[in-house]
Design a protein around this ligand. Structure first.
Ligand SMILES: C[S@@+](CC[C@H](N)C(=O)[O-])C[C@H]1O[C@@H](n2cnc3c(N)ncnc32)[C@H](O)[C@@H]1O
Length: 226
C-alpha cells in the first residue's frame, strides 16, 4: 500500500514515521508513506498556500491551486482521496479494515480556518476522527494511517488484532502479565491453569461483560464492527 499525505507541516510526521510498528512496516515494505509539503506545489512567487476568506471572518483558508496540483500529480487509477475534516464521516474500525485493502491513499490535511470549499470536489471520502476540532488534519491523518497500517497482512500477527476491541461488536477481553499477585490484586486462576478451552470461555464471557457495561451501544447497533 502507498499513502501520500499532503500537509503544510511535514515536520509533524517525523516521530510517527520513525517509531515502532509504523517504522518496521515501512522498513519491511508493507507500506510506503510519503509526506508532501503542500507549499512545494504553490505557483505563488512566495510559495503562499493560504489567504483570508472572502466575506470576512477569522483565520486563514487553504487555497485550492496547490492542493489540486498535488492531488493531480500524485493520483493514479486506484487512488482513494480522503479529506481530513471534523465535518466528515466519523472514523470507525470497520473503515480501517476496508481502507487497509486499498492500494493507494492520498490524505489531505487542512489547517487554520480550514480549506477552500472547492477542495471538497477532489475527495472520494471525508473523514473526521471525532466530534472535536483539532488545529490541523495532521494528527487525524496519523490516527487514520496508524490504524490502517497495523491491519495490513504481515504488519502484526493476525491473532493480535482479531480480538481487538470492535471486532464482532465487542471490546477486547482483559489481559494480565507478571506478577501473579500485585498489591493483593490477583491474576484470575483460569489464566494460570493452562486449560485452553476454559481460558477461551473466560475471555469470551469477560469481553461480553465488559462491552455490556462500558459500550452497550456496540451490541445494539454494531456499527463499529470490523
Ligand atoms: C481548525 S480545523 C478547521 C475547522 C473548521 N473551521 C470547521 O469547523 O469545520 C483545521 C483543520 O484541522 C483538521 N481537523 C480538525 N478537526 C478534525 C477532526 N475531528 N477530524 C479530522 N480532521 C480534523 C481539518 O483538516 C481542518 O481543516
Amino acid at each position: 500500500m502507498k499513502v501520500d499525505i499532503l500537509t503544510i507541516f511535514p515536520e509533524m510526521f517525523e516521530g510517527f514515521l520513525t517509531t515502532s510498528i509504523i517504522k518496521r512496516a515501512i522498513q519491511n515494505k508493507f507500506v510506503d508513506i510519503k509526506i508532501h509539503d503542500i507549499r512545494k506545489y504553490s505557483k505563488n512567487p512566495h510559495k503562499k498556500v493560504d489567504d483570508y476568506g472572502f466575506g470576512g471572518g477569522r483565520g486563514m483558508v487553504l487555497m485550492p491551486q496547490p492542493i489540486f496540483d498535488a492531488v493531480e500529480d500524485l493520483k493514479k487509477e486506484n487512488t482513494k482521496v480522503i479529506l481530513m475534516t471534523p465535518q466528515g464521516k466519523t472514523y470507525k474500525q470497520k473503515m480501517a479494515y476496508d481502507l487497509s485493502k486499498e492500494k493507494h491513499l492520498i490524505l489531505i490535511c487542512g489547517h487554520y480556518e480550514g480549506f477552500d470549499e472547492r477542495i471538497r470536489t477532489l475527495a472520494d471520502l471525508e473523514l473526521s476522527i471525532g466530534d472535536y476540532v483539532l488545529t490541523g488534519g495532521e494528527l487525524a491523518s496519523m490516527v487514520i494511517t496508524d490504524s490502517i497500517v497495523r491491519l495490513i497482512d504481515g504488519v502484526i500477527e493476525k491473532d493480535s488484532h482479531l480480538n481487538d476491541s470492535f471486532n464482532n461488536n465487542l471490546l477486547d477481553y482483559p489481559v494480565y502479565t507478571k506478577p501473579v499477585n500485585f498489591r493483593g490484586m490477583k491474576v484470575p486462576d483460569v489464566l494460570l491453569s493452562g486449560h485452553h478451552a476454559n481460558i477461551k470461555k473466560f475471555r469470551e464471557e469477560e469481553a461480553l461483560k465488559k462491552t455490556q457495561k462500558r459500550r452497550p451501544d456496540l451490541l445494539e447497533n454494531g456499527e463499529n464492527n470490523g
